[in-house]
Design a protein around this ligand. Structure first.
Ligand SMILES: [Cu+2]
Length: 109
């Protein structure tokens, strides 16, 4: 019985820690061949959500093949979310429209 109580407490503690670490998500619209906002500053642990508001596919491919890329393109009305955990500057572009550029800066702690 003690083991079950301990396990329940552990699960609760982990869940609480997870909630505390969460940051409000940031949305980047893909609209009229541009990322809006183009430059985003976030703290580690922030989810960035790209939403395609156009009527044709876009993508969010990061330079150097870093993680966070959508699998293929993002269809009209679809979205892709990635949680940035590491500090740094992440430049990305649309692979379909190479002039579409964006940048995510994750502040150091
Ligand atoms: Cu595009």
């Amino acid at each position: 019985m003690k083991a079950i109580a301990f396990f329940t407490l552990l699960v609760f503690a982990v869940a609480l820690a997870h909630v505390e670490a969460q940051q409000p998500p940031v949305t980047v619209d893909m609209r009229e061949f541009a990322f809006e906002p183009r430059d985003v500053l976030v703290v580690p642990g922030t989810a960035v959500r790209w939403v395609n508001r156009d009527e044709f596919p876009h993508a969010d491919v990061m330079e150097g093949g870093r993680p966070g890329n959508a699998q293929g393109t993002i269809r009209p009305g679809a979205e892709h979310t990635f949680v940035f955990r590491d500090a740094g500057r992440f430049v990305y572009r649309c692979s379909v429209h190479p002039t579409m550029l964006g940048e995510i800066t994750v502040a150091g702690q």
